[in-house]
Design a protein around this ligand. Structure first.
Ligand code: HDE
Length: 748
């Protein structure tokens, strides 16, 4: 990440601009402009200008826009206004008049500014980008977007599931990963999650699981959390939910960033090639930066000090030119009558196919390279729908997917206020549209012709059904088995534990510790003893050691298993530990004292910048650091907190600043040693506990020992030369954390 973003230090309260006192930066009172200026240029989403109005008059304004044209303030119907700060009154001190249309229009529109938030996935962040096909999927799908070097614009919205629009980003939860591909053959929506399995097998259960996960209906708490009775009541009563639940309890439930999340289509889809042959596939998004998560302690601190962390991180990275990338891949299976692979039912959304059995074959690369210009118009109004399919991509009979094919079209009717939401700029296809849908609330198209029906003779039979040369969408002629109508599920959907055990056995020791702690925390927040008992029984059916550790934490007896564990082979691809990743965009805190060696500091900042990472200088107070003022503090001891750094460097001594109060260090559990600023003590203690790389250089750096950090601990680098320390820290960061530093009980 080369460029510092304009927002990167906002959350901590320091302006990134040079402070007053620096020549050319004196505070000048902001005067209201007095001359009109040319209209704002159209925003990228607002289409190409089409100046004709329905009356045939060339107004010079795009009628689809009709929002920011001309230089002067107007009412919504275009009458210029000379005054918008005072309401119309009967005399200076008199009552406001009902005839003040401008006042009523302004207030009334404001009263209706909010639309209902999404019933699930309400909290999210979006970005524009491009998908480039590798040309490798041509043999299995006729979709044009998979063609070699074909570029398709995309819009992606990431989200949490349970929380409201204003909830914190680092809730322990599943993340939505929804992608709209504006292809030349129509829009394809791949509406997936960051976990490859789902809580339920049949869509009819969706309202049940969501009612259980959302806040309790009496007090409407807790917000954006699964650590409560109704959630665990549902999960323990529905053993099919255990697989998704263990993913949530694992580190995957608290991602470091949207940029370090995998994505999954979850269901099995069907791809069809130009010869009409089909295969079954599972879609995977693989982040170029690797899969990385935070710790539960970090999540809890972050939700207080920077609840917008994921939104900010995505926007900052794109603004700085560190465009996040994901490779889209498919696991490919034969489309046979059983629709199983190695005994795994491909229609069961609570099952995965291990990558070791069916490798993920890359088909294209997605790069997110543009932030939305208006959150409401784009991120809030974007409407995804798994029905949006293009030629070459089709659905299967997965009963969860089948239900979704109804739900998404339906939900937009109330969320976006009628059937014409597809005409909103962010939802418009980039392919030509010629449907015979007419009228309805908020119709913005001015259709011509007299015969919106088919066939017709009055409009020359337009629009024409597309023949094969025009490459229409083809409903794949999937065979339908002769059967009876019944409310039943296949026997193959009844194994609810072997894949959960496979996930558990695939985890490293550290990841197992985290999972056990997460279950203990969540069940510890439940009040009903019977719910804890039932979930402990489920844990025993997954793994007895896991159950024993959680039971001990809860102070309850551990039950034995009631199912026989099947033989499962671990899938190493499920673990996040043991791999190396690029460090682009990772944040390094550089803690300095009041009088740092400026030459060293400048060299370190430059080296980190050049390596594509973000240096954040943490100084006793804001403003320029050192006499020359070449480096400015991005954080102060007061505003910095461990959670925003992936590694920390300490440049020299960090004595207590005049505003340091001993109480600030209370959380670290011990008073700060004399001479060390208590906030630096707290910072270093947390960073150490969070197993992040720590570096210090120079004979004067006594801060590490003063903070009680053992210099020979794994991932603590000291040395004479700043450059060498920075290089070693950067190497350590490739593994994301210094995993050896975590205490492991050995009981799991
Ligand atoms: Fe969704 N889901 N869902 N879901 N879902 C919605 O649609 C629903 C499911 C997913 O950023 C809603 O427009 C049903 C699985 C994402 O705008 C709603 C069922 C997966 C998003 C809805 C499921 C998802 C949604 C709410 C069970 C992963 C956010 C607002 C059959 C493969 C999209 C909206 C965005 C949103 C229904 C299950 C992913 C109510 C009935 C499985 C990423 O229509």
């Amino acid at each position: 990440m080369r460029k510092r973003t304009k927002h990167s230090s906002e959350q901590a309260g320091e302006p990134t601009a040079m402070p007053p006192g620096v020549p050319g930066n004196e505070a000048v009172p902001v005067a209201e402009p007095t001359e009109p200026r040319p209209p704002l240029p159209p925003k990228p989403d607002q289409g190409t200008p089409a100046p004709m109005s329905p009356t045939g008059q060339d107004t010079g304004i795009d009628p689809a826009l009709n929002a920011q044209g001309g230089e002067y303030l107007t009412t919504a119907h275009g009458a210029r206004r000379s005054e918008t700060d005072r309401s119309l009154k009967a005399g200076t001190r008199g009552p406001v008049l009902l005839q003040d249309h401008h006042f009523r229009e302004k207030i009334s529109h404001f009263d209706h500014e909010r639309i209902p938030e999404r019933v699930v996935h309400a909290r999210g962040a979006g970005a524009h980008g491009v998908f480039r096909g590798y040309g490798t999927a041509g043999r299995i799908s006729s979709a044009a977007l998979f063609g070699k070097d074909v570029e398709t614009p995309v819009f992606v919205r990431f989200s949490t599931v349970l929380g409201s629009r204003g909830s914190a980003d680092l809730a322990r939860d599943t993340r939505g990963f929804a992608t709209k591909f504006y292809t030349s053959e129509g829009t394809w929506d791949l509406v997936g999650n960051n976990m490859p399995v789902f809580f339920i097998q049949d869509a009819i259960k969706f309202p049940d699981v969501i009612h259980a996960g959302k806040p309790h209906p009496d007090r409407e708490i807790p917000q954006a959390q699964s650590a409560h009775d109704t959630f665990w009541d549902f999960v323990s009563l529905h053993t099919e939910a255990q697989h998704h639940a263990i993913w949530n309890m694992s580190d995957r439930g608290i991602p470091r960033s949207f940029r370090t999340m995998e994505g999954f289509g979850v269901h099995t889809f069907r791809l069809v090639n130009d010869e009409g042959r089909s295969v079954l596939v599972k879609f995977h998004w693989k982040p170029k930066l690797g899969v990385h998560s935070v710790l539960w302690e970090e999540a809890q601190i972050t939700n207080g000090m920077d609840p917008d962390i994921h939104r900010r991180d995505l926007a900052d990275a794109i603004e700085a030119g560190a465009y996040p990338e994901w490779e889209l891949g498919v696991q490919v299976f034969e489309d046979n009558e059983e629709q199983t692979f190695e005994g795994i039912d491909l229609l069961d959304p609570t099952k995965i196919v291990p990558e070791e059995l069916a490798p993920v074959e890359p088909v294209g690369l997605m790069t997110l390279n543009r932030n939305p210009s208006n959150f409401f118009a784009e991120t809030e109004q974007v409407a995804f729908n798994p029905n949006n399919l293009v030629r070459g991509i089709d659905v299967t009979n997965d009963p969860l997917l089948q239900g979704r094919l109804f739900s998404y079209l339906d939900t937009q009717l109330s969320r976006l206020g009628g059937p014409n939401w597809i005409q909103l700029p962010i939802n418009r296809p980039h392919a030509p549209v010629n449907d015979m849908l007419r009228d309805g609330m908020h119709q913005t198209a001015v259709h011509s012709g007299v015969a919106p029906y088919h066939p017709n003779s009055l409009d020359g039979n337009n629009p024409f059904p597309a023949g094969e040369p025009a490459r229409p969408f083809i409903d794949f002629p999937a065979p339908v088995a002769a059967s009876v109508k019944e409310r039943a599920r296949p026997v193959s959907f009844e194994d609810h534990f072997s894949q959960v055990r496979m996930f558990w056995l695939s985890m490293s020791d550290v990841e197992k510790e985290h999972i056990a702690q997460a279950y203990t925390f969540e069940l510890g927040k439940c009040f009903e003893q019977s719910i804890r008992e039932r979930q402990l029984q489920c844990l025993a059916n997954i793994d007895e050691k896991l159950c024993a550790v959680v039971a001990e934490g809860l102070g309850m007896p551990a039950p034995g298993p009631t199912v026989k564990h099947s033989e499962v082979r671990p899938s190493p691809a499920l673990s996040q530990v043991g791999k190396e990743w690029p460090t682009d965009g990772r944040q390094i805190g550089i803690v300095v004292g009041p009088d740092p060696d400026e030459k060293d500091l400048l060299a370190v900042v430059t080296a980190i910048d050049d390596a594509g990472m973000v240096p954040l200088v943490v100084a006793p107070s804001g403003g320029p650091v050192g006499a020359s003022g070449k480096v400015v503090a991005h954080r102060t001891y007061l505003t910095a907190r461990s959670v925003e750094f992936d590694a920390v460097l300490v440049a020299g001594d960090t004595p207590a600043a005049p505003d340091a109060r001993p109480g600030l260090d209370a959380k670290a559990g011990a008073p700060a040693p004399a001479g060390l600023d208590p906030r630096v003590h707290l910072l270093l203690g947390e960073v150490f506990r969070q197993a992040k790389a720590i570096g210090a250089w120079g004979p004067r750096s006594r801060s590490l020992s003063a903070a009680g950090l053992p210099e020979d601990a794994p991932g603590v680098v000291t040395g004479k030369s700043a450059a060498a320390v920075v290089e070693q820290v950067a190497t350590l960061m490739k593994s994301h954390r210094v995993w050896e530093r975590f205490p492991v009980s050995g009981r799991l």
